[in-house]
Write a protein that binds this ligand. Structure first.
Ligand SMILES: CC(C)(COP(=O)(O)OP(=O)(O)OC[C@H]1O[C@@H](n2cnc3c(N)ncnc32)[C@H](O)[C@@H]1OP(=O)(O)O)[C@@H](O)C(=O)NCCC(=O)NCCS
Length: 260
């Protein structure tokens, strides 16, 4: 780890779940995303099923926080679902969105989950670059103990610099030491994660062009692939149909978890 920023050593910070500390729920969800995070992801419909408070109520044992004193400075959010229900594929193309739907379905139907899946890891912007993400991952694996596995439909934010490159090409790039070139993928692999494949349609956003203009400030006045800041892939525009569609691929990563 190449951390140079000041702050408590991540190895010595407390980690809790919201099952242990429900009083921290608001503070955990207040940890902000960086200000340059893409606004258009608000248009992802599946995410409505797994909004913060809903996950905190249904799966509090799967929401972890890293504490600086008593203040949450990083969170890891997971949901649970049943892997072998209705011939579900092990690593669905639908990635993040698919898991959000499965988790919600199982919760509504009272089906006991056996698989944990990470939906989000966020480190407070003031604490990024200090190696906290590895500590969050370790806490998530512990919290997922007893599940078959912890899956991650991993969104590598740095890929936004190369939206035209297919994700499988990007994810296959390695450094001289054999670890992934992408830092977020590398963090997961170094923590014991295994790259399993690509979820081609992991997060989708479809909306009329006016919404896209509000989200991005871009004109959306021509057909075809448009590059949007923060997007990992181009957005496809049809001016005659007055609609644009974003299909984000993610990388499937699996992490072993302790036996429950
Ligand atoms: C992605 C994120 C969780 C990483 O957490 P972090 O605690 O800042 O990262 P770490 O300090 O543990 O560093 C992880 C790796 O990234 C590198 N890194 C950290 N900040 C960096 C930066 N600004 N630019 C380039 N590399 C950076 C570190 O050097 C390390 O790589 P290494 O293997 O070479 O040591 C954090 O940036 C974040 O919360 N981003 C917003 C939410 C998000 O995008 N989450 C991921 C998708 S859910």
């Amino acid at each position: 780890m190449t951390s140079t920023r000041a702050g408590p050593n991540p190895d010595h910070m407390d980690t809790v779940t919201l099952a242990q500390r429900p009083d921290l729920s608001d503070a955990v969800y207040r940890i902000p995303y960086p200000p340059d995070s893409p606004r258009f992801m608000q248009g992802n419909l599946a995410s409505l099923l797994v909004r913060g408070r809903r996950v905190a109520q249904r799966w509090p044992h799967l929401v972890v926080a890293l504490l600086d004193g008593d203040r949450p400075v990083a969170r890891g959010i997971m949901v649970g679902y049943r892997a072998d229900r209705d011939a579900r594929p092990a690593l669905p193309d639908g990635g993040w969105d698919q898991v959000a739907v499965w988790a919600a379905e199982d919760a509504m139907d009272g089906v006991e989950p056996d698989t944990a899946c990470a939906l989000e890891i966020a480190v407070h912007p003031d604490h990024q670059g200090r190696g906290l993400s590895g500590a969050v991952l370790a806490a998530m694996r512990s919290a997922a103990a007893g599940s078959r596995v912890l899956l991650v439909p991993l969104r590598p934010p740095d890929k936004a610099a190369e939206p035209e490159v297919p994700l499988d090409v990007y994810a296959a790039r390695t450094r001289a030491d054999g670890l992934p070139a992408d830092r977020w993928l590398r963090t997961h692999v170094r923590a014991g994660g295994r790259v399993e494949g690509i979820a081609r349609c992991s997060s989708t956003v479809q909306a009329p062009l006016e919404r896209w203009r509000e989200w991005t400030g871009l004109p959306f006045d021509r057909d075809g692939a448009v590059v949007v800041p923060g997007a990992l892939a181009p957005v496809f525009v049809s001016t005659s149909h007055d609609v644009a569609v974003y299909v984000e691929a993610n990388v499937w990563v699996s992490h072993p978890v302790p036996v429950g």
